[in-house]
Design a protein around this ligand. Structure first.
Ligand SMILES: Nc1ncnc2c1ncn2[C@@H]1O[C@H](COP(=O)(O)OP(=O)(O)OP(=O)(O)O)[C@@H](O)[C@H]1O
Ligand SMILES: [Mg+2]
Ligand SMILES: [Zn+2]
Length: 154
């Protein structure tokens, strides 16, 4: 009996691989992929065996490119993820996401009185304090945000 089931290859699109096990659903929500997305095929693997990390999540999206701000958001959830661009069935570009030193406009400060939450045109801006555990500091009110707070605000 056949013991493996292969997901069919995509012709053109994006593969997000080496996502920490269990984090794929959060990545999908950041990419706004849900039951209303009807314009591209998406394959999702959750807790699939991986030699590198023992278990990982993986997402393959046909006919979709990622914007820079989306890659930055993914780096906050899955700092070891790799992104591969597939063209005509072949990987033409592959890179690992990188936590930016300055995180601009993608995380909402947890401090309700922070100027970025009070004055409409001021966009949020954080400095990376620590990667593991993930901690970032608001450049305006200097409040630290933990990984749990960051994930809740993305
Ligand atoms: N045509 C395709 N359709 C869907 N997924 C693909 C396609 N080509 C490559 N991939 C996936 O893209 C990712 C990167 O491909 P690559 O061949 O570089 O992987 P690899 O040799 O497993 O390397 P690594 O796991 O170290 O990133 C892998 O997850 C692979 O399964
Ligand atoms: Mg691999
Ligand atoms: Zn703040």
């Amino acid at each position: 009996m056949e013991q493996t089931l292969k997901i069919s290859k995509i012709k053109d699109g994006t593969v997000i691989d080496h996502i920490a096990a269990g984090k794929a659903l959060k990545v999908l929500s950041i990419l706004k992929i849900d039951e209303k997305s009807n314009n591209y095929s998406v394959s999702i693997g959750i807790r699939v065996p991986s030699s590198k990390m023992s278990y990982k999540d993986v997402i393959k999206i046909e006919n979709r490119n990622l914007e820079k701000f989306e890659v930055d958001k993914i780096s906050l959830i899955a700092p070891d993820a790799s992104i591969s661009i597939v063209k005509d069935y072949e990987v033409t570009q592959k890179y690992t996401v990188e936590l930016p030193a300055r995180i601009v406009g993608i995380v909402k400060c947890h401090n309700a009185n922070c100027i970025t939450n009070v004055k409409e045109p001021v966009s949020s801006e954080f400095t990376l304090v620590s990667k593991k555990p993930l901690v970032i500091r608001c450049n305006f009110c200097e409040r630290n945000m933990s990984e749990r707070e960051i994930l809740g605000s993305l």
